[in-house]
Unconditional design. Sequence first.
Length: 159
Amino acid sequence: MNRIGVTGHRSIPAEAQAHVLAGMRAALCGPHGSVEALSSLAVGADQLFADLALAFGAKLTAVIPSGDYEACFDDEADLARYRMLKSRAAQEVRLDFAHSTDEAYYAAGAYIADHCDRLLAVWDGRPARGLGGTGDIVTYARTLGRPVTVIWREGVERA
């Protein structure tokens, strides 16, 4: 089984959306055999990847950072999408954090990096804005020697 994990920004500018989706599709089309997709199902890159992975027939593993993770979704539509994706996951890994903190987010990203064969990073190349951000997880995955595929449209800046 090919295990592909994702880390990425919650906010993807409109001018980068098509490029990001194309990069994710290419990654999901590439492996021969079955695919397991690992995602924390956060708004943005995580949910986009989970949607595509399911559409490609991948087995989805939802990595839930904390017991109160649902409280982090400010928008009802985003929460509903999270719940739908979680309900379609073949497996759920719930980390042992009561509250959604930067440490919980880092642990979820590290879990994904630890358990994937390749990490997709929807990343503008800039440092993380808080512990557990995309830049931190990319750095962690690279220290493991994990292959990291960065997907971002050159010249586009994240808000």
